[in-house]
Design a protein around this ligand. Sequence first.
Ligand SMILES: [Ca+2]
Length: 517
Amino acid sequence: MHPNLRALISTVLCWAACVGLSACAPAGTLSSGGAAGADGAPPPEDAAPAQRDGAAPGARDGAPPDARAPAADGGPGEPRDARAPQDAAVEPGPEDAEPSPDAEPSPPVDQGPPIGEALVDRLTVAEVAAPGPVQRGDTSWRIWGRGDLGVAPVFTAPQADCTTWVGYTAQGPGGLTAWAVHLDAQDRVRASHALASGLALRGLAVEPDGHVGALLWDDAADAIFMARFTADGDELWRTELVNPDNRPDDFGIGDSRLAYGAGRYGAYYHVHSNTGHEGDTLKWIDAADGTPRTGWAWGCSHSMSSLLRFHPTGEQFLPVCVTDCYPGTSGDFGSTSRGGVYLNHRGPKVLDVDAGCNGSVAGEVGSLAPLGDGWALTVNAHQAPMTPGQRGYTADKNQDVGFVRIGADQRPGPVVWLTQTPGDEADVSVAPWAGPAGEAQAVVGWTEAGRRWLLARVSGDGQILEGPVDVSAQVQWGRRDDPFRTAANGDVIWAWFDRAGSDTLRVGRVRTGGQCP
Ligand SMILES: [Ca+2]
């Protein structure tokens, strides 16, 4: 869908949804989801007041509080078309591409750096010829306003045999193609598989036996599908994921995440309700036959950013979201709105963040990784206490990097702040790292003002052991892309494109020196 058209429809739907309520947010703000309570599931516990204070919060960083430009000015328009039927999905044409002869092979892996070597000296980057130019990213609601994600999501999924799958969406003259690039243990292309034509890749996950799962999105039809493939890229089944009262209409707000574990896939993604609200849904899909089940049809509202990972030891999934309103808010939005980071959409709560119930939120979730028998979660948010209401995020606040341990019982510990800078950090990722004697440490990466990429090594309780070191000259990673994963040999691995339209895929590693099994 054309962005302007989408903005117009979104505005119209918001306007339409607000009719009959006591007041509406102005164009350019989001209507909140309590009233949606969609899909037969109970609404958020504390849901449902109509918006009473629609004052648009101001963009920060130089713009006065009321200076944010409203979104497209939509009047009443035609109602949105019904979703296309399931059989309208574009058939995949798995056209496997041979590895490009132009691809420069990476140097062979040696024994790896010795223990004690600095992070920066452990970094390697492989350049891979991708099968098509990467789609540009959305402009999405980020910190207290919208921000450019730059490049469409890139998914890195290491496999037990030390190979790695990288998924992304290419945008060529003929339209979109969802690609999965299979890399060998030296990060050279083994094969590239076109998973679907005309659809965007919104998640990629792998099974230990070599199967690959993909979350495929049809923007025009507002439809999303889960599909499973063999390691040769042959599609085994495809299932549309449907809720009766909402649909994934765009990713100008929220995220989409896919994870595999214990015989099923979890898909966690933004949905827009038929009454004009913005939430998320969690779906479970049986890996063997594609049977879908709904974890919840309406979660965080609004769901501003989200994560989903599987812990292999405890065999549990953990979904995380940040909301600008529900749960948490009760009462007048103008003076009582509050946001927060939540596990399992209702809680436990990880931390409070300033928020306005109108799209303005002052925190983003970055990555979630298994660490020990529990988890490590990284976010960016403000250290200063949350101020309720729509003017809470004032110019004296800024974004820092937060590190949170979460127990196997899914109880979060305190936020440990890794930065104290006056500027804004973002795009925070984390992966486990084995310290001396197997101590559970973590590698954390973030960006500073969107221009510098930094890495640090921290202890299991978030104390910085090394860095942060500026690694911008060697590596980058995508914006809010949840990039870091753990390769089978323990390396921290991720993939990225430098810019939209690039067909050079880059694969970064922080090498442990571990051997492939
Ligand atoms: Ca900061």
